[in-house]
Write a protein that binds this ligand. Sequence first.
Ligand code: NAP
Ligand code: MN
Length: 290
Amino acid sequence: MVKKIWIYDNESLHSQETSKKLREKLLASGSLRTKEHQASPGLIQTQLVQDGHFEFNEESPDIVISIGGDGTMLSAFHKYETQADKIRFVGVHTGHLGFYTDFLSSQLDEVVAALKNEDPRNAVHYPLLKVKVNLDDGNSKSFYALNESTVRRGAETLVAEVNISGFIFEKFRGDGLVVSTPTGSTAYNKSIGGAVMHPQVEAMQMAEIASINNRIFRTLGSPMIVAKKDSITIIPESENELWFTIDQKEYKMTNLKEVVYSLDGHTIAFANCAHTPFWSRVRNNFIGSE
Ligand code: NAP
Ligand code: MN
């Protein structure tokens, strides 16, 4: 089976050069074999032909290789978001090994070998966060986040009610709230004191950004991990103009009624090749290797 590949690079020179090299290596990876063909009646010739393992296809790839950082993987995911259930992702990092990347740019031969042996049935799946935005006019729009989604304000504070599966949980006042996926737990969530979650835990996490706690406003104050069966709804006070974000995308909104977060079973799949154990990634990235 020929695998349809697309290489997603970013604007940096290192990413583009790595992308070009990988493309050449993938093209050159076909195996040579002999093939007999009838040149003319009575004359059979033997030819050397090259069998390709890969072809390049931007519209409907089986495998998307992101070349850059974790941020590049986020953009690659959003480019193919609507086809995410049919695609396996592979990350090649142009710096240090990140969280969504399994290879360094010095390991392109390993990437090619791993892709040849890769079996789609062994792909590793991680939960995506479903984000449904309901607007004041009754319209709504849904998104998926790979890292997180936030509701935030800048100079003034955000005031919002937080419901868990329809139950009024707290009234938040502060800079904002971050709801992250398990794989996003090492990103923004971690910077604001959220817990690092193993990516196969099927849950979402909500963490506060600078909550104000006094006699009037009282929040839990600690990050919370919410089970797959529950939803989190954030209902900002209507006069709040705010920022609503999904991974790297941000929207300034004045008509946001509420945002509903849930896990609906949609996942991102990573090709199972050279997969670095999660806790060793966490150690290497945040504590340092010995
Ligand atoms: P960026 O400003 O380059 O990202 C910030 C850092 O987060 C980069 O070092 C990035 O790694 C890293 N990162 C991204 N996803 C990660 C993950 N799942 N686990 C661990 N580290 C991760 O912007 P970006 O690269 O486009 O990434 C967007 C993300 O930045 C957002 O989704 C959010 O999580 C994060 N962010 C963090 C803060 C904060 O910590 N205060 C504030 C805003 C946004 P690479 O260098 O490999 O790309
Ligand atoms: Mn980045």
